[in-house]
Each structure stands twice: as C-alpha cells, then as structure tokens.
Design a protein around this ligand. Structure first.
Ligand code: SF4
Ligand code: SF4
Ligand code: SF4
Length: 315
C-alpha cells in the first residue's frame, strides 16, 4: 500500500501546485485503530497526511454534493460509481473534478476483526494480504480475505469506472461471485418469516441516521424523516417508525445504490442495512439489466420515461 500512498500524495501535491484544483479529498489516519477519516488538503504541503490501506471504507463522493470548487478526489471503484451518480444527478460537474482512481482490493470490516480477536486492539498494520493485530499482551496475524466487508467480498467493480489519474495498474475483477445469495434467501421466506427477519435486523437500531449521513445518495436538503410540516414519519423509536425510515430510504436508493457499504460501515450497532438496498439493486439488475454508476452516458431506468414503454401501468 505504500506505493499507493506515495502516488496519491504525489499526484495531489502536483494538482495543488499547478492550481488545477482548490482541494483534494482523501483519507488520513484516524485516532482509533482501523478507522481512517476523510480529510482535505488545500496546499501541496498538506498532502503528507494522506494515507491508503484497507480501512478507507467511507465513500468520498459524499463530500462532493453541490460543491462549486475544483476538486481532486481519491476514488476506489465504488466511490467512482457514486461520483458518476452525482454527475448524472447534477450534484457536481465532471469538469470540476480530477479523479485520482485507486484500484481496490477490498476493505476490511473492523467488526469482523474485533470478533475474531475478542480482545482490545491497540494497533493494526497491513502487510500484503495479511493484517497484523496487536493488543496489550498479544500479536495475531489475520488473512485479509477472512475479514473483508461483505459487500467487498462480492464486488465486481473494484477498479474505478471513471478517473483522470490511476495510482496503480488495474486489479483483476472478481468473477463468478454470487452477489445476491442473501437476497434470494429472504425472497424465499414466507410473509411472517420476512417480517420477523426485518424485525430482528432492526431490533438494535437507535435511529442515529449514521447510515443515511454516510450515504452519498442521501443528499436531500431536508430528509423526509426530519420534515415536521408535514411530518411524514414519527420521530420515535417505535418499530414502525424505524421500519418506515429504512424502507423509504431503501426505495430512495433504488437504481442508484452502488453497494459501497458505507452505510453498514457507519452503523454503530453493526446493522446490515444493505439487506434493504440489495433487494432493490437486484430488482434493477433483473428487470432492467441496470447497475448504478457505471457510465455518465445513460440515465438510470427509474428516472427515464419512454412513450413506448411496454408496461401498461405507465400509459
Ligand atoms: S465495494 Fe468494491 S470498490 Fe468499494 S471498497 Fe469494496 S471492493 Fe473496493
Ligand atoms: S446507522 Fe444503524 S443504528 Fe443508526 S439509524 Fe442506521 S441502522 Fe439505525
Ligand atoms: S445505500 Fe449504502 S451501499 Fe448504497 S450507495 Fe448508499 S451507502 Fe452505499
């Protein structure tokens, strides 16, 4: 990863020195192990803080909404697809951006590391395909592939789909992955079983909205859950209100979700909210052959209208 870091820092410093961008958005080390934070560099001397490893889980496209500056942005495969979404949805102009593409080998789920270790962790270092985990009285090596985030384990778009610079050769894309095994299991359930599944899934939700805030798709000036006139959804911890929030948010993401996993990584309760968005991602793929964010040249199926649409309901 040190090659990636050198390249990211070098490209960023050059872009800032040449005044091609006003800022570069990337990651710096967080104060806790296994958490890198989004950050910006505005001067060439600032770029030394930029890092890259398998803990850059957040989706940096989230920081582009309605920006007016010229921006350099570090983008792995999923970030680049959300950048495409942002361009299509007029949230940023393509020519405002210099995209520093990072071919990705998957990001690590820190909760999987904690449950594998079962003890307090002081330091984590990445070495090739392994991570070295250190605590007060132990050191343990874990294979990265055993603790990948679930979405990364099935990702088939690890290379950036749009970029101006690339920090390394492209990585080989994963093939023959079953992306929707979990969705099919839920689809096969009866109504009561499905209800119980989602009841249990959301039982721990504290309605903190971290999942929404981490998602680049959730950029409405006022989210429907925060509206008070009219109040669309109750503000309580009532299970109905919690389910309404998650179901409606998932529908707002239909045909737009890139399965980047930022929502899950942000959740303090470890809830796999992708169980909602993935069903709609699968439906968009099955019904329209659509995967979000792969090209700026096509409109998503749910924001286009064709007079000759074969579906009767549209006429
Ligand atoms: S979803 Fe794909 S591109 Fe995004 S972090 Fe995971 S492996 Fe990388
Ligand atoms: S981040 Fe987790 S706890 Fe917070 S609202 Fe989303 S699912 Fe609920
Ligand atoms: S809903 Fe979750 S997985 Fe989908 S784009 Fe938003 S943060 Fe990423």
């Amino acid at each position: 990863m040190s090659g990636y870091i050198d390249k990211i820092q070098k490209i960023s410093a050059q872009l800032l020195a040449d005044k091609k961008v006003d800022m570069v958005i990337g990651f710096r080390k967080g104060t806790m192990p296994m958490i890198n934070e989004p950050c910006t560099a505005k001067e060439p001397d600032d770029v030394g803080k930029f890092v890259w490893d398998s803990f850059c889980v957040m989706n940096l496209a989230n920081y582009l909404t309605n920006r007016k500056e010229k921006i350099g942005i570090v983008a792995k495969g999923c970030d680049s697809r959300n950048i495409v979404n942002h361009i299509i949805e007029n949230k940023i102009e393509r020519d405002q951006l210099t995209i520093i593409g990072v071919p990705c080998t998957g990001m690590i789920d820190k909760n999987k590391v904690y449950s594998t270790i079962g003890k307090d962790i002081i330091e984590v270092k990445e070495e090739d395909d392994n991570i070295l985990v250190k605590g007060r009285d132990f050191e343990k090596t874990i294979n990265k592939s055993d603790v990948l985030r679930d979405n990364c384990a099935i990702c088939i778009h690890r290379n950036p789909v749009i970029y101006d610079e690339l920090v390394s050769d492209k990585v080989e894309e994963q093939k023959d992955v079953d992306r929707y095994e979990d969705v099919r299991k839920i689809e096969a359930m009866g109504s009561d079983e499905k209800w119980n599944f989602f009841d249990n899934l959301l039982a721990e939700c504290i309605r903190c909205y971290a999942c929404r805030n981490a998602c680049p798709l959730c950029y409405c000036p006022t989210c429907f859950v925060d509206e008070s006139r009219p109040q669309w959804v109750g503000k309580s911890q009532d299970p109905t209100d919690i389910k309404t929030f998650h179901l409606l948010r998932a529908y707002h993401c239909a045909g737009r979700c890139t399965d980047c996993g930022a929502c899950v990584s942000a959740c303090p309760m470890g809830i796999d909210v992708r169980q909602f968005t993935k069903k709609l991602e699968k439906d968009c793929f099955d019904l329209y052959g659509w995967e979000a964010g792969l090209t700026i040249d096509k409109r998503p199926p749910l924001d286009t209208f064709k007079p000759d649409d074969p579906e009767d309901f549209i006429k």
